[in-house]
Design a protein around this ligand. Structure first.
Ligand SMILES: [Fe+2]
Length: 365
């Protein structure tokens, strides 16, 4: 309902929301700009993160050549694991700590980008691994300060990780998926090149598209920020602060683009317009849920993906069975929204209103 529910904050509800975004460069061919962006950010020696599958594609060579042409020393790390674990994060962190890097570049899906976030974190602010991991599994200690520059280049149109301060992984000892959340994890810059989608298999586009769809739906229907208890200090306001007028903008435009383009993007690899629009929808939804949060479909997805035994969908690398993230999310979505929608129905966007101040007057200023 746009924002009409924001007009009724709970007694201890927040009265303000914060907006954090990565710098974003979007357009065909921008992977070749990465070197110049790196130099502009003061990077002289970069760790280039990818995985073995993506390393074989031209995307990585375009970025590496661009960095070298800009005079940046580059060391490739292609050991990022799809569905990363604490062990794979730690291996990446060791590589980062030993490499003496002053910047990071990631080329790949969400797993690769999240791995670069974790490597940057532990190389910049060394600590026992569980220190920064979400409580109660980890210590939940706040990241103490900024990380080194990180330029993230997504090669799928789904996760939105290039715009979020979240790194998700499997903690092997507990067989549980958890993560590290901090504004400092958010990449300094997202370089989003829609041409990377041309070679994606249809099943990957479909699963990624469902992930984007659920990001937008969950962010739009997340508990409003006005109903989340205020943080003790303004600087402690969480990234997952609840639905808010800013995140709604990204959700609604993302949903519009998904509605118009997802089927086309899956059906025809040559439909560059549709696949490019899905890439933009993914970035918009990433900006949105990175400033509001997801809810039940994503929370329940980890149980779904954890139960996989033999499923190996077409279009994904041979090897370990996998339920693609977007599939494990979207199977929960219909039941979740049937259950939650009556609790807080949202009005059409045209009726959106800015919230009223607690003591009268209009808007948040
Ligand atoms: Fe997701």
């Amino acid at each position: 309902m746009g924002c009409c529910h924001y007009a009724a904050p709970t007694e201890d509800g927040d009265t303000a929301f914060s907006v954090d975004v990565s710098a974003i460069t979007y357009g065909p061919g921008v992977l070749a700009e990465v070197g110049d962006h790196a130099r502009a950010r003061g990077i002289t020696r970069a760790a280039l993160f990818t995985d073995r599958g993506v390393a074989a594609l031209e995307h990585v060579s375009i970025v590496r050549d661009s960095l070298i042409a800009a005079g940046v020393d580059v060391v490739l790390y292609d050991e990022s694991r799809i569905e990363p674990t604490d062990e794979s994060f730690l291996a990446a962190a060791r590589f980062a700590a030993e490499g003496g890097f002053d910047g990071y570049v990631s080329v790949g899906g969400g797993s690769v980008i999240d791995t670069a976030k974790a490597a940057n974190l532990y190389a910049t602010h060394p600590a026992d691994f569980l220190t920064y991991v979400n409580a109660p599994i980890g210590g939940g200690v706040a990241v103490p300060g900024p990380l080194k520059p990180h330029i993230a280049c997504p090669t799928t149109c789904g996760t939105g990780s290039e715009c979020t301060g979240i790194a998700v992984f499997d903690l092997l000892s507990m067989a549980a998926k958890t993560g590290i959340v901090s504004r400092h994890l958010r990449p300094s810059q997202a370089v989003v090149d829609p041409t990377v989608t041309a070679t994606l298999p249809a099943t990957v586009v479909a699963a990624s598209g469902f992930d984007v769809l659920s990001h937008a739906l969950e962010s739009y229907t997340a508990r409003p920020y006005t109903r989340r208890p205020r943080a003790a200090r303004p600087s402690e306001r969480p990234q997952s602060q609840g639905a808010n007028p800013w995140s709604d903008i990204g959700c609604l435009e993302s949903l519009r683009l998904i509605g118009e383009n997802l089927e086309r993007a899956v059906a025809d690899a040559g439909d560059h317009e549709a696949r490019g629009n899905m890439m933009f929808a993914a970035t918009l939804a990433g900006i949105a849920f990175g400033n509001s949060g997801c809810h039940l479909p994503h929370g329940m997805s980890y149980t779904v993906s954890g139960l996989v035994r033999e499923f190996q969908p077409a279009g994904y690398p041979d090897g370990a069975p996998i339920v693609p993230h977007g599939m494990s999310v979207i199977v929960n979505a219909p039941s979740v929204f049937r259950f939650t929608a009556p609790g807080l129905p949202r009005a059409p966007p045209a009726r959106r209103r800015m919230p009223r101040r607690r003591h009268g007057g209009r808007g948040l200023g």
